[in-house]
Each structure stands twice: as C-alpha cells, then as structure tokens.
Design a protein around this ligand. Structure first.
Ligand code: 5MM
Length: 341
C-alpha cells in the first residue's frame, strides 16, 4: 500500500466545493427510480441516463469530485463507444465502484441485515483498478426499531466494513466506509444520535483492529436526524449541531473527509443540513456530500427517459450539484434555489 497516494485521492474526493455523485444504484433500486418516472429499466436506458449525467460538463467539472458506479456501469460504453469511466475522467472527476453485494438476513437477529461481498473481493478490486476505479464503496445498513439494532448486528457490519476497507487499501483503492443508520422509523433525533454513536465507535475500533490507515479513507455516514415517521422533526440547526457534536467525538482527525449520504431527505433539506454544518466551522475534516437521491431526483424527473430532455436533465443536475457544492463550503442560501441556470 502506498499511503501517500491513497491520501492524495481521499483529499481529492473531498476537495473544497465538490462532492461525490452516488450513481451506484443496483438493478433493483434503479428500476424503482425509473418506475417513478415511467421509464423501462433496460440496460440501454440505464446507460443513456448515466451518460447524460457524466456528460453534464458544468456539474461534473465544477462540483463532482468522484462518481460511485455500479458493476454494470463501470463496464459500459457511451453511445459513441467511449467507456463511461473515460467520460468521468475527462471531466476531471474520479471513478469509484460499489463493491458490496447487497444485504442478507443476519442469522439470530430477526429483522436485521448484514452486508455481504467479501468473498473474492481482492480479485474483483484488481479488475476494477485496471478499469480505472480509484475508490470503492461498501454500505452497511442499520435499522432502528423495537429492540433493534442489536450489538451483534452493529458489530458484524462494522467488522465487514473494516475487512473491506483493509482489502481496498491493499489494492491501492480508497475505501468509502458507509455505515448507514436508516431514518425510516418513528424514533426521535436523540435515538438516532445514540445509535449512530454506537455504530461509529464500533466501526472506528474495527478499522483500528484491522490496521486500516485512516488517512486513506473517506467516511460516508448518515446525518443525525429524526426518524421520518417521528411526530417531532428536528430543525436544520439542531441536526447540524448534533451531527457535528457526534462526529467530533467519534471520528479521528486523521480522516481526510466525511461525505454524507442523503438517506431519503428532500433535496433542499440535504443541502441545508450540509450548509449549516459547514457554517459551524472549526472542523478537523472536510464535510461534503455523497448523495444519490438528493442529487438525482431532479434530473431524473426532468429527463423522464426522453432524448429531447437531456439538456433539461443536465441543467437540473448542474443546479443540485452547484447547490451542494456551495453547501460544502457553508455558502448556500435558500434564495439561490430559485435561480436554476
Ligand atoms: C445510489 O444508491 C446507492 C445504492 O443503493 P442499493 O445498493 O440499495 O441499490 C446507495 O448505497 C447510496 O450510495 C447511498 O445510500 C447514498 O444514497 P442516498 O440516496 O441515501 O443519498
């Protein structure tokens, strides 16, 4: 492992004013997204949609530091035969790859999941590196509910995340470590704080035990928010303060950056929360975005599968990317939302 090079890539992923596009929807998830806009999820439509995003020069070159791809996408070529990976590189952005293989029921822990995909991961990483991937992503999913999460589910997922991260670094690939505490329940913000704290402590302990170099990774956590079904929704300021307080007490300063997932927040909420955190300032790491839905909902709607809507889709993508780029510097304002370029 060359740690100086890993650190350089990790720093580039969290460059000021830029963040990561999570375009790594698995086949089932992209089908759900396409169903919502009335588009059939064929290999060609998935390619056309992602090609539209990666050819959005304004968004990609100014605000997107890296793109997380799904296995199908990393091997696909654009309509003119150019590998999609090359389009990303040409825009000055870094290609990355989702390497987990989804979740399975965790034996002995009803209702809980463990992320799988460690078998043969070393071989897969080698091939992805040759294709151009310089970072990877693995997502663990922790649900909050009656009697869950268990310490068992938290621990096996933390262990797998660290195993994955160590294998990535050995393959000269920066791991994005993504432990996602879901915001689907009826819990309040303090329960989210408590669970996320437990998860992050276990994750960083496992990273230490498995000798992962913190300088060569990026953390992708959830923000500390109220559950979607909670009657008491925390304000933007409360989310920002509690998330920053928690991260300061759990994430070592050696980590170059933290790139949040949006987790089902609305586009504007995800931007406002990131902005409010960066306005607090005095942070030891960069705080930016690695959004899937909060970056893509608008371009998906504008595109709706029609070739004549490609420019509108790209404009919608550039707008959200710019808003989040500003939020990553604490320079976003709600008034800017109306000014779509
Ligand atoms: C883009 O969605 C990613 C893939 O999800 P599946 O494997 O379930 O299809 C997802 O991992 C995503 O990268 C993160 O959850 C962040 O996305 P959001 O939409 O929460 O910002």
């Amino acid at each position: 492992m060359n740690l100086a090079d890993l650190n350089k890539i990790a720093l580039a992923m969290v460059t000021s004013g830029k963040g990561i596009l999570a375009a790594d929807e698995s086949s089932g998830t992209i089908k759900k997204r396409f169903d919502a806009i009335g588009v059939e999820s064929t290999e060609e439509n998935r390619r056309d949609y992602r090609e539209m995003l990666f050819r959005s020069t304004e968004a990609m070159s100014k605000y997107i530091s890296g793109v997380i791809l799904y296995d199908e996408t990393i091997w696909q070529n654009a309509k003119d035969g150019t590998p999609l990976v090359k389009l990303i590189e040409q825009a000055g952005s870094i290609p990355g790859i989702k390497v987990d293989e989804g979740t399975q029921a965790l034996p002995g822990c009803p209702g809980e999941l463990v992320t799988v995909g460690l078998d043969k991961l070393a071989e897969r990483l080698k091939k992805y590196y040759e294709r151009g991937a310089r970072f990877a992503k693995w997502r663990a999913v922790i649900d909050i509910g009656q009697g869950i999460p268990t310490t068992t589910a938290i621990h096996v997922n933390a262990h797998a995340l660290a195993r994955y991260a160590a294998l990535c670094q050995a393959a000269q690939i920066v791991p994005i470590v993504e432990p996602e505490v879901l915001m689907d329940g009826g819990h309040d913000i303090d329960r989210c704080y408590e669970v996320t704290q437990h998860v992050l402590r276990d994750v960083f302990n496992e990273l230490y035990v498995q000798r992962v170099a913190l300088e060569g990774m990026v953390l992708k956590p959830n923000m500390v928010v109220s559950g979607k079904k909670s009657p008491k929704q925390a304000s933007v300021q409360e989310v920002a303060e509690k998330t920053v307080r928690l991260l300061k007490s759990t994430v070592p300063a050696a980590v170059p950056g933290i790139a949040f997932l949006s987790g089902g927040q609305s586009d504007e909420e995800a931007t406002a929360h990131l902005d409010a955190m960066n306005r607090i300032g005095g942070l030891p790491w960069k705080l930016t975005f690695s959004y899937g839905r909060a970056l893509q909902a608008a371009p998906q709607k504008a595109w709706s599968g029609k070739a004549e809507n490609v420019a509108a889709g790209q404009r919608a993508f550039a707008h959200r990317a710019r808003m989040n780029g500003l939020a990553s510097k604490g320079e976003w304002e709600t008034g800017l939302e109306k000014k779509v370029a």
